[in-house]
Design a protein around this ligand. Structure first.
Ligand SMILES: [Zn+2]
Ligand SMILES: [Zn+2]
Length: 372
C-alpha cells in the first residue's frame, strides 16, 4: 500500500508498504479501514517541521479520517460498563466511517471515568500509531471498544466528514466553557483568537449553538473574509502594519462598551494570543486554551488578576467518541454548521508536500487528501 511516512523533522517519505505491516499483534489487531479522505491538520505540519513528544517515528501522520470499513469488527469486551453493541451498530463491511483517533489503555482512572482523551497511557492514531496519510489504516481494538469508529449517514460527504473530528474537539471545549458560563449565551461575547479552520469551526459552533456575538482575531485577510461570510459580528486584523496586541485589546474593549470578552478561545499557536486574551477578558470570564503550543513557550500570569476578576482559565484537548457521535448529529441536522465551507483545497496522497505547504503558508483553510 501507498503511505507517507514521517521519519524526522522535514523528512516525510512516500513509500510502498507491505500490507502485512498492518496486521499488528493479535490482541491489538482491530480492523482495517480503506481511506476515502484525510484532512491535513496544523498539528501534522507542526510534527513535520519540529517533531513532537507524542510522535514515535517512523509513523504515518493524519488523524482527521474518513474511510470505508473492510471487515466487521469482532470485539469481545471484558468491560460491562462499555455499551459497545449500541456504539458499534452499523459497523458492517463496506460502511463509511469516521474515527476518534484516541487509543485508550482502558486501565487507568481516566479511562474508568470514560474520559478516554485524558488517558494516562494514551495512544493516538496519526501520532503514536500509523494514521490516515496512507491507503489503509488499522484501527486497534481499544478504539473499537470505546465506540471510536463511527458509521456515517449518507447525507455527509467523505470530505466534510474528515472535519467531524476537529468539530468534536471544538465541541469538547464548548462543553467545558458551558460549565463556567451559565447565563444566557445569546448575550455573551465570544472572541476567537485565530482565523484558521479551528477558529472558524469555533465561530460556527458559537453561532449555531448559542447565537452569541462572535469576534474573530487573525492575521490572514482571506480567512477573516471567510469568517465574515460565516457570520462573524466583527473581524479584527492583526499584522505587521496593522493592529498590535495592544491595539487589538483596545478595539475589542471599544466594541464591547468597555466590558471585554465573556469567552476567549485561543485557537492559534501564537503566543501573543495570551496577552490579548488576558487584556480582553471581562470579569467572570472564561479563557479556553484550545491550541497546542510549540515546546518551551511560557506566559506570565498575575495570580491577583485571576483571583480578583474571577477568571476561569481552562484547557481542552481532543474528544471522546461520544462527542464524535454528537458532532455527526449536529452536522446532519444542518443547523448552521457547514464543514464544506472550511475545505478549500484537495490533493492526492502523492502531493503530500504540497498539501503540507498550503497548510503551513495559510494559503487556504483545510486541505483534504482525497485520492490515495
Ligand atoms: Zn487535527
Ligand atoms: Zn487509560
Amino acid at each position: 500500500m501507498r503511505a507517507a511516512v514521517f521519519y524526522s523533522p522535514n523528512n516525510i517519505s512516500l513509500e510502498e508498504r507491505d500490507q502485512g505491516h498492518l496486521s499488528g499483534h493479535s490482541q491489538q489487531r482491530g480492523v482495517l479501514v480503506r481511506m476515502n479522505a484525510c484532512a491535513v491538520c496544523g498539528y501534522d505540519v507542526n510534527v513535520y517541521r519540529n517533531g513532537h513528544i507524542k510522535v514515535r517515528a517512523p509513523v504515518v501522520l493524519g488523524h482527521e479520517i474518513c474511510g470505508e470499513l473492510l471487515e466487521s469488527p469482532n470485539i469481545a469486551s471484558s468491560r460491562s460498563d462499555l455499551n459497545i453493541d449500541a456504539y458499534n451498530l452499523g459497523l458492517v463491511e463496506g460502511a463509511r466511517v469516521v474515527l476518534s483517533p484516541v487509543v485508550p489503555c482502558l486501565n487507568c482512572i481516566y479511562c474508568d471515568g470514560g474520559q478516554y482523551n485524558l488517558c494516562t497511557n494514551l495512544g493516538e492514531i496519526g501520532s503514536s500509531l500509523d494514521g490516515g496519510f496512507a491507503e489503509f489504516v488499522r484501527i486497534p481494538n481499544n478504539t473499537l471498544k470505546i465506540g471510536g469508529l463511527i458509521p456515517l449517514p449518507n447525507t455527509l460527504t467523505n470530505e466534510e466528514s474528515t472535519l467531524i473530528e476537529p468539530l468534536a474537539c471544538c465541541l469538547n471545549g464548548f462543553k467545558r466553557i458551558n460549565s463556567f458560563v451559565s447565563d444566557v449565551m445569546e448575550e455573551k461575547t465570544f472572541v476567537i483568537l485565530g482565523d484558521g479552520p479551528i477558529g472558524l469551526i469555533h465561530l460556527q459552533l458559537a453561532k449555531s449553538l448559542y447565537g452569541a456575538k462572535v469576534m474573530v482575531v487573525g492575521r490572514v485577510k482571506h480567512r477573516l473574509q471567510a469568517a465574515k461570510n460565516m457570520g462573524a459580528d466583527a473581524v479584527i486584523e492583526l499584522g505587521e502594519n496593522k493592529g498590535s496586541p495592544t491595539s487589538i485589546i483596545k478595539e475589542v474593549l471599544e466594541l464591547t462598551d468597555g466590558k471585554g470578552a465573556d469567552v476567549s478561545i485561543i485557537a492559534t499557536p501564537n503566543l501573543d494570543a495570551y496577552e490579548m486574551a488576558a487584556g480582553i477578558a471581562s470579569k467572570n470570564s472564561v479563557i479556553n486554551v484550545f491550541a497546542g503550543m510549540p515546546r518551551h513557550r511560557s506566559f506570565r500570569l498575575d495570580p491577583n488578576w485571576v483571583h480578583y476578576n474571577q477568571i476561569a482559565l481552562i484547557g481542552s484537548f481532543s474528544a471522546t467518541p461520544k462527542l464524535i457521535h454528537e458532532s455527526i448529529e449536529l452536522v446532519a441536522e444542518k443547523r448552521g454548521i457547514n464543514l464544506s465551507s472550511i475545505i478549500t483545497h484537495r490533493c492526492k496522497l502523492d502531493e503530500i508536500y504540497k498539501a503540507l505547504e498550503i497548510t503551513e503558508e495559510f494559503l487556504g483553510l483545510r486541505v483534504v487528501i482525497n485520492s490515495f
